[in-house]
Design a protein around this ligand. Structure first.
Ligand code: N01
Length: 533
């Protein structure tokens, strides 16, 4: 008997997909390459790793019992607590019996005749295993394939090379070490302050300066927790009305930055800076759609950098020039302050890129910088990287690498023409990258199971995006992006962080409520834009 659903990945997406499938009476199995559930929160265990959205909002809403019983200790949970939460969910809903850990999916082919997927995997001992399923759900995460730049000489480095996205499980002791860190994105700004407290020296190699807003993390305020828990469903519903799926306690200001007085602007930015987190980008309605308005918020943050960093030359180097929020805003405490330490040095590699890693360090601009431990905080081959490494074939043997040679075509972010009965969670073409991803995950999973229930009720065996719907959707994603500041910098949203990757703006910047409405309308219209077999 084929399974109803084969789910790839046991992060938050895979866990909820399995739970929801079961509640609908569907047979489902999860394949997970890692030895644990938790996905991103299993792999990204560098010191300082924590979520950049408040835990009360970055958590499951599907079970009132779960959201009442779980107690977050901090405003922004750290990686160990998030991993405990994922494990708790797995236990609480008895999910483990249908999760195969240490099992990596290697291939998936759609069998046109049998109208089902044939999936190959390898277990921990390398033993090949085959699966048959009516539907495959890719719950493998948009940020799950680390990006290791192909620096010449990387393999010659004499000391340890650590990647933030594949951090060792044993604690790393940096005492007495001289550490080189490449990268200044979300992972780097969290890990650098921690390493700096332990290591003898830290040299940070910066290609693009990042905007870092404070989290003001601390113990979760019990009054806030009580208030939210008194009406958690209402809180979740209000968040689902937000473009980002979170932040309902600090509403976006509908006014334009361009008409506000300088004093009013400064006060608005300052108030949001004091709250911390992404709310700064909601200070004015035009910050993400108008470069002039955006520049006002950018200058406010540069002012904060100048106020914080004692050395003016270092402050200038740490000051970003791209529009704020164009690359994902970083949320962390103590990043800029770290550059006031005498053991922390900043090296600009924007004009003179890293030439080579040498046995004793790194060469850039003709100069060798010595260190004994290398930390790569160089991010991910985001959104498509994991799928493009799979042997994934749709109808007629169509390879995903051929289908996506110019970028990830998709419809609603959920399905790809030529790949029937293959659903993608939090993928290209959805708003997930701009939301609290758990809100997006719950939305995608609910849509998928409703779709399958409808297909079963109507007697359909297959569902597949049409080419027309797919092209129209990708055109819509591009058109929305064209009205924003997102195309004016090199970000992973665009695939620009990976040499040779096709440039296509992958996430939908239109806001979660409009996206959810569109998905619901498609379903209400009998799955318009899909071919049903
Ligand atoms: O990766 P990134 P990340 N030479 O791509 C640099 C989520 N996340 O792991 O900007 C020199 O943002 C690169 O430089 P540039 C979150 O969605 C969330 O930090 O490309 N430098 C950049 O500075 C986030 O957006 C959390 O010029 C090179 C850095 O490496 C996403 O994951 C925490 C280089 C990579 O930054 C990715 O974040 C962590 C090269 N050849 C991550 N190649 C939270 O929830 C790359 N770089 C808080």
């Amino acid at each position: 008997m084929p399974l109803d659903l084969l789910i790839i990945g046991a992060g938050f997406s895979g866990l909820y997909m399995l739970h929801k499938a079961r509640t609908m009476g569907l047979s489902a199995l999860v394949l997970e390459a890692a030895p644990s559930v938790g996905g991103t929160w299993y792999a990204n265990r560098y010191p300082g790793a924590r979520v950049d959205i408040q835990s009360l909002e970055y958590s499951f809403s599907f079970s009132e019992a779960l959201q009442q019983e779980w107690q977050w200790t901090e405003r922004y949970a750290a990686q160990p607590e998030l991993l405990r939460y994922a494990n708790h969910v797995a236990d609480r809903f008895d999910l483990r019996r249908d999760i195969r850990l240490n099992t990596r999916m290697t291939s998936a082919r759609f069998d046109d005749l049998a109208q089902r997927w044939q999936v190959g995997s390898t277990g921990a001992d390398g033993e090949p295993l085959a699966w048959h399923a009516r539907f495959v759900v890719l719950a493998s995460g948009p940020l799950s394939t680390p990006n290791t730049p192909s620096f010449p000489g990387l393999e010659t480095f004499a000391g340890p090379v650590l990647h933030t996205a594949a951090w060792p499980h044993a604690p790393v002791d940096f005492s007495g070490c001289h550490v080189g860190v490449v990268g200044t994105g979300s992972s780097a700004v969290q890990v650098i302050p921690h390493i700096a407290q332990q290591a003898s020296s830290v040299t940070v190699f910066q290609r693009t300066a990042a905007y870092v807003v404070p989290a003001h993390n601390g113990p979760l305020d019990s009054a806030q927790e009580a208030r939210v828990k008194a009406d958690y469903p209402g809180f979740r519903a209000r968040n689902r009305q937000m473009r980002t799926g979170f932040g309902c306690e600090l509403l976006p200001n509908p006014a334009s930055a361009l008409v506000a007085s300088p004093e009013a602007r400064a006060a608005e930015f300052e108030a949001r800076w004091q709250v911390g987190g992404f709310g700064l980008l909601g200070a004015y309605a035009d910050l993400m759609i108008d470069l002039q308005a955006n520049a006002m918020a950018a200058e406010f943050v540069r002012g904060k950098i100048r106020d914080t960093v004692h050395d003016p030359a270092t402050a200038a180097l740490l000051s970003p020039h791209q529009p704020i929020g164009c690359k994902r805003l970083c949320v962390a405490d103590g990043y800029y302050e770290t550059f006031n330490r005498s053991n922390v040095h900043l090296v600009d590699v924007s004009g003179e890129p890293v030439e080579a890693i040498t046995p004793k360090g790194l060469r850039a601009g003709g100069r060798e910088h010595a260190f004994d431990t290398l930390v790569l905080a160089t991010g991910f081959d985001a959104v498509t990287g994991t799928l493009m490494r799979l042997d994934l074939r749709g109808r007629g043997g169509l390879r995903i690498q051929d289908k996506w040679c110019d970028g990830p075509l998709n419809y609603l972010g959920l399905m790809v023409a030529g790949f029937p009965n293959l659903f993608n969670i939090a993928g290209a073409g959805s708003t997930s990258a701009f939301t609290s991803v758990i809100v997006s995950i719950e939305h995608h999973v609910d849509w998928i199971v409703e779709c399958i229930a409808w297909m079963d009720a109507q007697g359909h065996a297959t569902i597949e995006a049409t080419d027309e719907a797919e092209h129209a959707w990708v055109a819509h994603v591009n058109a929305v992006a064209a009205h924003t500041v997102f195309l004016s910098c090199n970000s992973w949203y665009l695939g620009a962080n990976i040499p040779g990757k096709p440039r296509m703006f992958m996430p939908l910047a239109g806001g979660f409520p409009a996206y959810a409405e569109r998905c619901a309308a498609v379903a209400d219209q009998g799955y318009a834009g899909f071919a049903l077999g």
